[in-house]
Design a protein around this ligand. Structure first.
Ligand SMILES: Nc1ncnc2c1ncn2[C@@H]1O[C@H](COP(=O)(O)OP(=O)(O)O)[C@@H](O)[C@H]1O
Ligand SMILES: O=c1ccn([C@@H]2O[C@H](COP(=O)(O)O)[C@@H](O)[C@H]2O)c(=O)[nH]1
Length: 210
């Protein structure tokens, strides 16, 4: 296997990062097979909070860098570069903590990693060869987050709007928007931008052909 290339996909919550990463991954796996591409999620590296009660866990600010174990994500990316498999944690948005199971991730020629605060952290940025920022307007992100969090993450409308006002929106202006300067490619509209998906797929095909 040649040198590992890590592609980061960052941007606000519900901007389409997961959809973009999974579309690129699934379309390339269908075309080329899955052995040479892996996907990681920053959300899997939210800190374990199993020592706290559920009432305490809901008080955490999940949009602040301190909520993530970025040191572990950086160490896992380095291990994968070094040719070693890692056990990626799994996170429950309903329980607000990690679950016991992990997912084995094998070293791959191309690693896609997606998450809100990836480009804010210098030790993570050092691990990225290509960085993408999903520049979906914040009002569109909010509408998509409301629908997704009610359907998929067991949230009420009032809990979403309260969390959004106190944590999600302030974190966008303090951490996420300023991190756009570190992106190589800025993607408008979200996870269904077919031209952007095609550009990243073309780059990955080139890397896999080297
Ligand atoms: N371009 C788009 N058009 C319509 N819906 C979209 C688009 N991009 C993403 N979505 C939807 O918006 C929601 C949030 O997208 P997701 O990929 O989970 O965002 P993120 O990973 O950035 O939080 C999901 O339900 C997804 O299907
Ligand atoms: O327990 C949790 C953990 C995270 N969140 C919210 O999730 C988003 C990040 O995930 P996206 O898939 O990028 O939306 C972040 O804004 C947190 O507020 C949560 O609500 N509860």
């Amino acid at each position: 296997m040649g040198k590992t290339t890590v592609i980061a996909i960052a941007g606000p919550s519900a901007s389409g990062k997961s959809l973009f990463a999974s579309t690129v991954y699934q379309e390339l796996v269908a075309e080329l097979g899955g052995e040479r591409i892996s996907v990681l999620s920053e959300d899997a590296y939210y800190r374990d909070q199993s020592h706290l009660s559920l009432d305490q866990r809901v008080l955490t600010n999940y949009d602040h860098p301190s909520a993530f174990e970025h040191e572990l994500l950086a160490a896992h990316l380095q291990s994968l570069r070094d040719g070693n498999s890692v056990e990626m944690p799994q996170y429950s948005y309903k329980e607000h903590t990690r679950i016991k199971d992990t997912i084995p991730v094998t070293p791959a020629r191309v690693i896609l990693v997606e998450g809100i605060l990836l480009l804010c952290d210098p030790k993570l940025r050092d691990q990225f060869d290509i960085s993408v920022f999903m520049d979906t307007p914040l009002d569109i992100c909010l509408l998509r987050r409301i629908n997704r969090d009610i359907e998929m993450r067991g949230r009420s409308l009032s809990s979403i709007t309260e969390q959004y006002e106190h944590y999600v929106r302030p974190a966008f202006f303090e951490f996420i928007a300023p991190s756009k300067q570190f992106a190589d490619l800025v993607v408008t509209r979200g996870g269904q931008n077919e031209i952007a998906i095609d550009i990243i797929k073309t780059k990955i095909r080139q890397l896999l052909a080297e």
